[in-house]
Design a protein around this ligand. Structure first.
Ligand code: ADP
Ligand code: MG
Length: 574
């Protein structure tokens, strides 16, 4: 947690204000019992009403000051804690945005969400507590002891018993609750993960009648978290009676010893009352300190989780100086082999091929053959394990990711639709696209026919995830987004499969015209989609088993022939 606290530095001024006023509050607290002792000793015992009123007025004034200091210090403590939380959330968010797919795979989505919300809230809470108590507790404990001793050293001796007893109790409580807090964060992660899976997969869960099973899965995780939380709360339920017991015993002893002293004439009644208040204040400050000790472990578990995100270096690093390849989008894969993290078998092995501007390259292969992986490597979502990928003769690891991705357009196999209008969704492909350009892109993607029929046209709102659109409609929007901007390289990863044959061929025909100067890679499971390509690459199990035109491959590649004969009729093949 200390490591995160360095980000508090810029709030030093507010922190000083918070601590100054809380110290002031502590000092004023110490003054009150003294005044009260005076009232009893000099006012009540002598029946001096004027004295009682004047000192009483003073007490009222001190109390007002006290409240004021408390308000000011709380204000600044809260301000610092909230700003700190805000900073952490932005930092985590920015970090995660820069993660490559390695890191996203490694953490998993739900824990990244928990870390950026719940965990940071825990840290924020402890920062607030620390700012409020870090000064108040010591001032009260030390100042209170001094004041009490000045009234009556004998009476103050009760603390010698009370404090050790209290400390032992607090130690055992903290020891028991710390690990529980740690595991609670993990359990919150799990609940979030199940909830997320359920919400994103709601259609599948309903369709397979798994609602009951999922409900049970959630119930279990929920129950698990509840049990842990209950354990913690049970301990806390014991804490207060225990502390009250210790306190009340202390007071009984105090009065007992005090009464004897008063009897002897060695002490005044007002002093007993003052000492009693000091002792209570001191013990309360011990409780506050112990509270911090209980909450700090929880927050530090959270801080570790946040810190882990902040210090994870993206495996994919930008070069110091970006080389700007001169050319129009020549792609060359040179003996590329790629292993996923921890995988024994390579997902891609010895991939070599070239693609040039003006060419349409088709990639075909059964599902799981590594087509999407190949595309991900080209966009540098992952780095190759062996070999290299060149764009216009430059290794893509020597180009910044931003420069690289500026030149490539990707339409992924699963269309991603964001909440907003249709126009917003297409414009992601080109920030400054005009309405005409958007409509043109929609037309090429064969999306205009359904968009133009919508009451608000391109201004129509789509819901998050595009649930108010059909699969093919989403896919066509994604294609429009992919082609709206001018790029050197266009990649269509299996995105024609949600389209019917007629639309598929219409889109491709339009693309041929629009993208005739660019390098175009079309990935598909469907022969019809790629058979007219200038070059077809056949992938099988991560290896290239054939390269050539449809005609050539029909002669040379057994795998290709099998795919073709399973999909096309005799006359189509001919
Ligand atoms: P395709 O797009 O041809 O259907 P992919 O390229 O998506 O196939 O996957 C190729 C292989 O890599 C599959 O065996 C798949 O299990 C594996 N794979 C894909 N993504 C990951 C990942 N993030 N982590 C580990 N293995 C993966
Ligand atoms: Mg794929």
């Amino acid at each position: 947690m200390m490591k995160l606290f360095k980000y508090l530095k810029k709030y030093t001024f507010f922190i000083i204000l918070a601590i100054t006023f809380v110290t002031f509050q502590g000092l004023l607290n110490l003054y009150l019992p003294d005044l009260m002792g005076d009232i009893v000793n000099k006012g009540v015992t002598r029946g001096d009403v004027d004295y009682i009123l004047s000192v009483g007025g003073k007490m009222l004034f001190v109390t007002l000051l006290n409240i004021l200091s408390a308000i000011i210090s709380t204000y600044f403590a809260a301000k610092v804690a909230m700003l700190f939380g805000k900073d952490l959330r932005s930092m985590v968010f920015e970090k995660v945005m820069n993660f490559s797919l390695y890191e996203i795979d490694k953490f998993g989505t739900s824990t990244l969400i928990t870390r950026n919300t719940n965990d940071i809230t825990q840290i924020q809470m402890v920062v607030f507590m620390l700012l409020r108590l870090v000064a108040l507790a010591p001032v009260t404990a030390i100042g209170g002891t001094i004041m009490a001793i000045s009234k009556s050293p004998k009476l103050t001796m009760v603390l010698l018993v009370a404090i050790p007893v209290m400390s032992v109790a607090v130690y055992f409580i903290a020891k028991y609750t710390m690990p529980l807090f740690r595991s609670m964060q993990k359990k919150i992660d799990r609940i979030n993960r199940i909830l997320r899976e359920n919400l994103t997969g709601v259609r599948v869960i309903r369709a397979f009648n798994k609602t009951k099973y999922e409900k049970q899965r959630f119930e279990e995780a929920n129950e698990d978290l509840t049990q842990t939380a209950l354990k913690v709360n049970r301990v806390f339920a014991l804490v207060f009676p225990l502390i009250m017991l210790i306190m009340n015993f202390t007071i009984i002893f105090l009065f007992w010893i005090g009464a004897v002293q008063v009897d002897k004439g060695a002490l005044q009644v007002g002093d007993i009352m003052a000492v009693m208040q000091y002792v209570l204040q001191i013990l309360f400050s011990f409780i506050m300190i112990s509270m911090i000790f209980i909450f700090i472990p929880r927050a530090s578990a959270s801080a570790e989780r946040v810190y882990e995100v902040l210090t994870t270096q993206s495996k994919i690093k930008d070069p110091e100086k970006s080389l700007l390849p001169k050319g129009k989008g020549n792609i060359e894969f040179k003996n590329v082999t790629f292993y996923f993290e921890g995988a024994k078998e390579p997902a891609l092995q010895n991939i070599s091929f070239e693609a040039h501007p003006g060419e349409f390259i088709g990639i075909i292969g059964s599902s799981g053959s590594g087509k999407s992986t190949l595309v991900n490597l080209l966009l540098r979502f992952y780095d190759v394990s062996e070999g290299e990928i060149l764009i216009d003769g430059v290794d893509i690891r020597k180009i910044t990711q931003k420069e690289l991705r500026k030149r490539i357009s990707l339409v992924p196999s699963r269309p991603v639709i964001f909440s907003g209008t249709i126009e917003d969704n297409v414009r992601i492909g080109k920030d400054d696209a005009t309405e005409e350009e958007i409509i043109e892109a929609l037309k090429i993607a064969q999306a205009w026919e359904f968009v133009s029929k919508l009451p608000k046209g391109i201004k129509t709102e789509v819901s998050q995830g595009g649930t108010n659109l059909s699969g093919g409609q989403k896919q066509r929007l994604a294609i429009a987004r992919g082609i709206v901007g001018k790029k050197d390289i266009y990649i269509f990863d299996d995105c024609f499969s949600a389209l019917d044959f007629k639309t598929d061929s219409k889109v491709r025909l339009a693309l041929r015209e629009k993208l005739k100067d660019s390098t175009v890679i079309i990935v598909s499971l469907r022969v019809a989609t790629i058979m007219n390509s200038d070059k077809i690459i056949v992938l099988d199990n991560g290896k290239i088993v054939g390269i050539g035109t449809h005609k050539e491959l029909m002669k040379t590649s057994q795998v290709y022939r099998e795919i073709v004969s399973s999909q096309l009729s005799e006359e189509e093949i001919a």
